[in-house]
Design a protein around this ligand. Sequence first.
Ligand SMILES: Nc1ncnc2c1ncn2[C@@H]1O[C@H](COP(=O)(O)OP(=O)(O)O)[C@@H](O)[C@H]1O
Ligand SMILES: [Mg+2]
Length: 315
Amino acid sequence: MSSTANGPAIEAAGLRKAFGDHVVLDGIDLQVPQGTIFSLLGPNGAGKTTTVHILSTLIGSDGGRVRVGGHDPATEPDGVRAAIGVTGQFSAVDGLLTGEENLLLMADLHHLGRRTGKQRAAGLLEQFDLVEAARKTAATYSGGMKRRLDLAMSLIGEPRIIFLDEPTTGLDPRSRRTMWQIIRDLVNRGVTIFLTTQYLDEADELANRIAVLDNGKIVAEGTPAELKGQIPGGHIALRFTDAHELAKAVRELGGQRDDEALTLQIPGDGGVKALRVLLDRLDAASIEVEELSVHTPDLDDVFLALTGTSKVPTS
Ligand SMILES: Nc1ncnc2c1ncn2[C@@H]1O[C@H](COP(=O)(O)OP(=O)(O)O)[C@@H](O)[C@H]1O
Ligand SMILES: [Mg+2]
């Protein structure tokens, strides 16, 4: 990548794509500096996979300027492919092959030669905690193991830029954490990561910069802190058995009341300290609380704040 020694790893300007008359990308701009994690955040159907497919040469765009690793995916696909690894939303793992065989097959596709292929495969099995499972067919793997193998396969060519399309969707919390750590380790080695996700907490956890995709446009872009600064914070919700208790609580605490639902919302991040203070005040005023829940901002809040509409189906 000598031509891009200091340039951004990924650049798009005015990127457009429609399927028939359905406009999916309506002129989007992206800039991803080398060695950083960029997260494209958006609900189902927003166009995340379409973007990844265009940037990784799998499909063409209808317009706009794109550079990946200094190359144009449309006119220099080989240059792009040599620089990238892609882990798709749907696994490239062959269930009939063992983990090791899947990796060696990938090594073959990269023309690595037997020796190098074996070395890289062994290193990746080690790095992704798959040594014990290496000789078992991938069909027997757990969801988390399959994702790890999938990612390992995309790394066999030692790419400088990695596309991860919803790498943790459907994973249990523990596998999700493992995947996050793997992603951090990759970035620490200087790799650039383009990550798509439906989860605000994931983008918040990992990304240097986040872009929010909605209706074919980037509706917000910035660091996680900048983005969260634009959305309402979390709150603590209290529910009461009767209107009298609710009224007492409002006098004591303020907040936003709902007389029908007998609830009171109090701004706060749900930190342990704040909760303790709140409970102490309720106790001191002898106020009965039926139920308490902590609400942290999620993708739905982002969309409500940025676009005025809710995008995420209730889960
Ligand atoms: N090959 C295709 N033909 C027609 N429509 C498509 C095709 N691929 C994606 N779409 C549509 O484009 C929109 C964006 O899809 P996608 O990029 O997969 O979204 P996301 O990955 O954010 O869930 C969706 O409405 C989807 O139905
Ligand atoms: Mg997708």
